[in-house]
Design a protein around this ligand. Sequence first.
Ligand SMILES: [Zn+2]
Length: 350
Amino acid sequence: MKKKVLALSLTGLMALGGIASAPISVGAVGEGPNYGGNESIQTSILHTYDSMVDFLKTQDAKQTAMQLEVIGKTLKGREIYLAKYVSNPNNPTILFLTQQHGNEQLTTEGALEFIKHLGTGKMKGVLDNVNILVIPMLNADGAMGDVDFSLDDYVADGGRHLTRYNADGADLNRDHVDKKYPETQALHNNVLKKYKIDYMIDLHHQGTQSERDGKYVSGSLLYPTNKNVKPEVLERSKKLGAIVFNAVDSTGWGHLGKYDGGNGENIGRNGAAVQYDISTLLFEMRGMSDHYYESYAIGQKSNGYLIKQTITTLDASVRAIADGSIKTVDTSFWDTLPVQNTRPSGEETE
Ligand SMILES: [Zn+2]
């Protein structure tokens, strides 16, 4: 089934005259060219599920402000973790969610670094004024390639394949209305419903070929777009986006576009906003850790700045919520930020 999709999209691209002459690794953001068949994609440098759990337990033992909780299990029985920093239930609360799609792992790597960072003491005053929830690697089965379908045509090396889908081949980021899968149920029943969450950043990776103003983007952003999102929830989402945009754009290596996303409530960005009045932001970073479609996977030379982009995003968000500056940030950049141009294959989004 996967191969058929690949064949169709390649045919579509060739029909558009895009594939044979497309510049593959010229003009990449930062130090990182995309894969293009010239660079290996090494999954061995990424945390495995088990090494991530070890990391979280080590941090939990070290950090008094942190609490580690299991919120449920994946289809294959892996425990899904939530790292919590709740100093005062009345503080504003932000949730960072990574790896609904198992092949989008650098956001998890960044989130783990951020958790370590929270234990260093530099964030002590900040943690008094904001509650932080982090779910790293929601889709651990997909991340470990432990699924009931073949990944033989995926491109990465390193002893493991990573896939977007859960073990059953389902896209968890289309399950936020039906909530058919245990991963989605854990997120909704034991986190979204249980805590009074004000903000959420849903962290993903997109393909490598998106650009803005003729230059590859390091990522793209979008607020909830479902028509049932309350205006005040939307406005706060745009403010969260402004904080992130300003922090990343000012780094010199960050270059962001606006994501062209769907309006369905079944997408997490929309579902959390409609169902719980959570102000949400989708952040799609450049390139995936593995894929059967070569141009979606990104070489490891890009790992450094993409992990840093995640840390910058999480750090700026919590600081702006803690000091209240998020309430007054100017959101007018949304009116002029161009939608990124994306190679027209049309599959595998958000
Ligand atoms: Zn994704």
